[in-house]
Design a protein. Sequence first.
Length: 253
Amino acid sequence: MPSREQVWDAAAAVLADGGRVNQKLVLAALRDAGIKGTERTIAKAFTAWKVSVRYEPRPEQHDPPQHLTNLHAGFVKRMWDAAVAEADARLDDVRVRLGHERDAMGQLLDETHIRGEEVSRENKTLRARQVVMDVEIAELRKEVAHLRRTEFWDRVIREVVEILPEDRWMTVQDVARRLPPSLRQEALAKDKALTPGRLHKQMRLRDHHDRWFDLDAEKPRYRRRAGWTGITQAPKARRGPTPKGSADVPDPT
């Protein structure tokens, strides 16, 4: 019966040879050393050796047969070729999609540029129209202001005709004083101050045919025309020569 040390030495020798350490090889090593034993007689010592060295047997590795190696290599190559082909197909799809997106973006940029030019031309046209409209509006405002002034002085003259007597002369200063204060305020808003000189000028402008009142030839004073019955029924123009001084009347100061 081999001792513990003999079993351990035989197991170490088998391990040193690079073989797989098992009872069969350990017994062979013991027999080579002239020591007899059986699996039962070495079992306890052999188990203790494996625990002490933490022996974990590795499975024996054998090269596969050549035809299996060739099949494996062919399979790997086919898998690789399929993966490369799929990657190339996906890359081509990506390239095509990017090309379509590039073309669409180019068209969009062209349309945007064209639309920008159209908008620019439209803006220029609108600005030109705005200039014309501004001029027209300014002219209309001037015309409206002129009409308002004309309507205002027409009302003033109607007031004057109602104030003037037929049997005596009244200076333009007296006429201006007797006009309602509201007319003087309105004159400042629509034209200019209602002064005797401006009143005299407006009276002559609106009665250059001597229909409503007579003008004294010596100084700017007035009286209502004889036969006047109302502002809406002014007498016809007087026939014959114009009274002396009525054609060129100086503005009173």
